[in-house]
Design a protein around this ligand. Structure first.
Ligand code: ADP
Ligand code: MG
Ligand code: MG
Length: 886
């Protein structure tokens, strides 16, 4: 898609707004919005080159689209006019930043160059006009450093190494202590490095600098770490990044200047008080890079009271304007406050929940809008463990509580080791002095992240929070030696593989094997969930087989059991022999006798569930898996048999018989073999027993408690309407035999998990009281994917090569499998308007899929008990989204 001639590729900040984020990127759109809301004096002027220009550049093989350079030149002219300075003016130069900015923020992934426009002449001019030689040279050395790194790929460490060397020679510890001569020498050495590495002189022509910087920002979109970040965060590659060119303001002009980040309220706890970090006499890069440890935002009050007060006011104003918690970047230049960025803050679940509740309390948002600010998928973290309250452990080190939740595992020092360990199923904690973009893969693999440097705005903290991983940052007492692979603290030395535990809610590190405690739901979370229940129209049930799970599900607010898998009841060790006797039976009579023994056990199971669910719906699926799953492994029997033969123990014949039976039951594709309703048709006595047990349990519970259970019997794996008809007759017959439990109270339905069932859903509906979509199997059968094989083997490659953007087992494949769901829901209801519709696959707990099920017209979703709170919130969001689109 080459851009048409005449396309506007550059927008001044005064032309944009927050609705233009697709074209201007998030940063550009919000800088424009801030310019409108706060006024042009608060936001340095500039312009944005569109994402469209970036896409055209990439498609043209890194060629600027036609008209871009002219439009940039015109915009630059307007900027020079507004600033009253000119780029490259040797006596009073205009300096600009060149900032990346994609549609979705990708913290630290894309590149930015500051102080562009300086050269050997204009640095002198800047020194004269500001009467601040140190500042001028500090800015020039920063520019050489960032330009060399960002635009020409010279490793950041090379520059850091030279700075370190210079500080040693000067006998100082902090960058800010370097004097003018040091900075001049440093700049020279940076330029030398540039020459060495590129074979070119450091560019002196500002327009050349600008062209290269724009190109570098475009290129950073396709850089390896940005590509990796997008893959993990499911951001499309073809969005491109915008480029913002903005007049510089200077936080490095001395003690009345600073740079910082500020949140409109605490971004970790959600407490209604701004929070953040800043560094005096510094530019913004220093704050986010984690190289210098920043100061708490509130210390700014005594240093620069006026700017502080203005900032507090602006944070409130922005929050009101955006109706959400804001994450901002600011600079104070000689006492004057400038806002450089704002965006809706990413936040951990506890802060999200706290914000939603407070925002309603403050009248900032209504309930539905407040709930819409919550990332439902993240709520998981609130259901994650912490250190047990009464646990007794020795604190090894303390750091910043950077991302909540607790974790423990073996120490690893690199992302690669973390990934390797995770592949072997080992729990590890990634331990590093600080982290960089290249470490991100390790975040995924690790249970938690621990760093010795950096604050709550450090890379480690941001990325960990984004992923919901526990993180302790800035644990300064730890001496991490990456070469020796050791962690020293408090006189102890830990090695790779040693156990370490972190609590990211408290900022604590220990080497004790501390017990982790399951979380409980906070009052605020309760409030959010209550509101969600008022707003949602989808029901939420849980998948549970045992009374304990049912109790958990109720505690988390499930309104019923959407899937009770009865096979789990046969797996218990004490039941296996009875189950095997049933399977081994030669005749139907023998089998009935064996089933008689299982019946009271099944009945007991159901009684427990019904009692727990107190009259709420309980959907019981009759036996689904193939019978061989209940038999011992053939290899085991073979070796038992060999032993029996040697010892002549007398068990030989029985073992031989078992082996024969195993072989006769074995199937080439058990997944597609004799399972589900096929078993019910082949061996009706099994389903008969189960139905009998269900009815007797129901009667027993009703007699005891006076409350009749709400029963739904579900037949799995139906493809033909006749299959369901046969099973329906079976249920009716057993119900007649079991007096007192009339068919009237009984709902019989089916799991919809085969494509044929979807195509003939109207015919199946004629036999069914309800459908429950088994989207795990439906995904497998519609795609011909076997889940376990696919996820282990080719799914990653499929994601890399963009065949799919995520696992179809995580989020429902809307156009394919989702279409089958819609079709079946629609034609099923056409046949029978009162047909109940639910879903009970893993997708029932996935917020994106839940939004889809809402639109497909289902009555409820059913998911694992721990995901029930997530589903309740997601369902409320889905109801709002559906009502605003219809
Ligand atoms: P990122 O997306 O990595 O945060 P930014 O483009 O926001 O990159 O730039 C990083 C930092 O550089 C900002 O937080 C800010 O402190 C500083 N910065 C960017 N532009 C300017 C500017 N025009 N004047 C002063 N500082 C700036
Ligand atoms: Mg930024
Ligand atoms: Mg199934």
């Amino acid at each position: 898609m080459a851009v048409a001639t005449g396309t506007k590729l550059v927008y001044d900040f005064t032309e944009g707004s927050r609705d233009m984020r697709e074209l201007l990127g998030g940063k550009g759109a919000n800088v424009a919005e801030m310019t409108r809301v706060l006024g042009p004096d608060r936001v340095p002027a500039g312009f944005t080159i569109t994402t469209e220009a970036c896409v055209a550049y990439m498609e043209a093989d890194r060629e600027f689209p036609k008209g871009l350079e002219e439009q940039v030149e015109e915009a630059l002219g307007r900027l020079e006019e507004a600033a009253g300075k000119r780029l490259g003016d040797a006596s009073d130069p205009l300096l600009v930043s060149v900032r990346s900015g994609a549609r979705e923020s990708m913290p630290g992934m894309l590149d930015t160059v500051l102080n562009l426009g300086l050269n050997d002449d204009s640095v002198e001019g800047l020194a004269r006009v500001t009467d601040n030689e140190r500042f001028a040279w500090d800015s020039y050395r920063r520019f050489c450093q960032m330009f060399g790194n960002v635009c020409r790929g010279i490793a950041g460490e090379r520059f850091e190494g030279l700075i370190k060397e210079r500080k040693r020679e000067a006998g100082v510890e902090q960058d800010v202590e370097l004097g003018v001569d040091d900075l001049k020498a440093l700049t020279e050495s940076f330029k030398d490095l540039f020459r060495e590495e590129t074979g070119e002189e450091f560019p002196q022509e500002p327009r050349d600098q600008l062209r290269q910087a724009i190109r570098a920002v475009f290129d950073s979109w396709m850089g390896a770490r940005a590509v990796e970040y997008r893959r993990i965060n499911r951001i499309p590659d073809d969005w491109g990044t915008a480029v913002n060119v903005q007049q510089m303001v200077f936080g490095n002009k001395g003690d009345t200047s600073c740079s910082g980040v500020a949140f409109s309220r605490d971004e970790i706890t959600g407490e209604p008080r701004p929070s953040g970090d800043f560094l005096p006499n510094a530019q913004g890069e220093d704050v986010v890079s984690g190289v210098r440890t920043p100061r708490d935002l509130h210390e700014l009050e005594s240093l620069m009271p006026e700017a502080y007060a203005q900032l507090m006011e602006i944070l409130r104003e922005l929050e009101r304007h955006y109706a959400d918690l804001q994450d901002t970047e600011f600079t104070v230049e000689e006492g004057r406050l400038y806002m450089l960025q704002t965006r809706n803050a990413k936040r951990p679940a506890q802060a999200a929940v706290r914000f939603a509740v407070d925002a309603v309390g403050e009248g900032l948002l209504d309930k539905a809008d407040a709930i819409a600010t919550i990332d439902a998928g993240r709520l998981d973290a609130l259901l994650h463990p912490s250190f047990a309250r009464d646990a007794d452990y020795e604190v090894l080190a303390e750091g910043v509580a950077a991302s909540p939740g607790a974790a423990k595992g073996a120490i690893v020092f690199t992302a690669q080791e973390a990934v390797a360990a995770a592949e072997q199923g080992r729990d590890v904690i990634l331990v590093r002095p600080f982290t960089e973009a290249d470490d991100v893969a390790g975040f995924h693999a690790a249970k938690g992240i621990l760093t010795s440097e950096g604050g709550k705005a450090s890379h480690a903290a941001l990325v960990a929070r984004g992923m919901g991983k526990p993180c302790v940052s800035g644990a300064g007492a730890l001496e991490i030696d990456l070469h020796a692979k050791t962690v020293g603290a408090d006189g102890v030395t830990l090695d790779e593989g040693d156990l370490i535990a972190i609590d990211g809610s408290a900022g604590v590190v220990t080497t004790d094997d501390v017990e982790l405690e399951a979380p409980s739901v906070s009052d605020e979370f309760e409030t959010v969930l209550r509101w969600a229940d008022e707003l949602r129209t989808l029901g939420v049930r849980a998948n549970a087989d045992a009374p304990e799970d049912a109790a958990k599900a109720r505690e988390f607010g499930a309104e019923g059991i959407g899937l009770c898998r009865t096979e789990h009841m046969f797996i218990a060790v004490d039941r296996q022999p009875k189950m095997r006797a049933m399977i081994m039976a030669e005749t139907a009579e023998d089998r009935r006798a064996a089933l008689e023994e299982l019946l009271p056990l099944q009945q007991g199971d159901f009684e427990g569930l019904f009692e727990e669910m107190k009259g709420l719906p309980v959907t019981i699926r009759l036996l689904d898996p193939p019978l061989h799953e209940f038999m011992p492994q053939a290899e085991e029997v073979v070796s038992d048999l060999e032993r029996a033969r040697i010892e002549q123990s007398g068990e030989e014949q029985e073992l031989e018989h078992t082996l024969e039976r195993i072989h006769s039951l074995a199937e080439t594709n058990p997944m597609l073999g004799t399972r589900g309703v096929r078993l019910g048709i082949l061996h009706p006595e099994i389903y008969e027993m189960q139905v009998r047990a269900i009815l007797r349990a129901a009667r027993a519970v009703r007699d005891r408690s006076g409350q009749a259970p709400h029963l739904e019997i579900m037949i799995p794996l139906v493809a033909y309407e006749r299959e369901l008809e046969l099973m329906r007759d079976l249920v009716a017959r057993v119900a007649r035999e079991e007096e007192g439990a009339g068919e009237r109270d009984l709902h019989v339905g089916t799991m919809i998990e085969l494509p044929r069932a979807c195509f003939v859903a109207n015919r199946i509906a004629a036999q069914a009281d309800f459908f429950s979509f088994g989207t795990n199997d439906l995904t497998q059968t519609a795609l011909g994917f076997s889940r376990d094989d696919v996820e282990g083997r080719f799914l990653n490659r499929y994601i890399e090569t963009k065949v799919v953007d995520r696992s179809p087992f995580e989020t429902i494949d809307k156009p394919g499998v989702g279409w089958l769901v819609r079709l079946a829901a629609w034609t099923g209801r056409e046949e029978k308007p009162e047909l109940g519709l639910g879903i009970c696959g893993e997708h029932g707990g996935d917020p994106d899929s839940i939004a889809f099920f809402q639109l497909a017209g289902l009555d409820y979703v059913s998911c694992s008990p721990y995901r029930v709170p997530i589903a309740r919130v997601a369902a409320a969001q889905a109801a709002k989204a559906a009502s605003s689109t219809s």
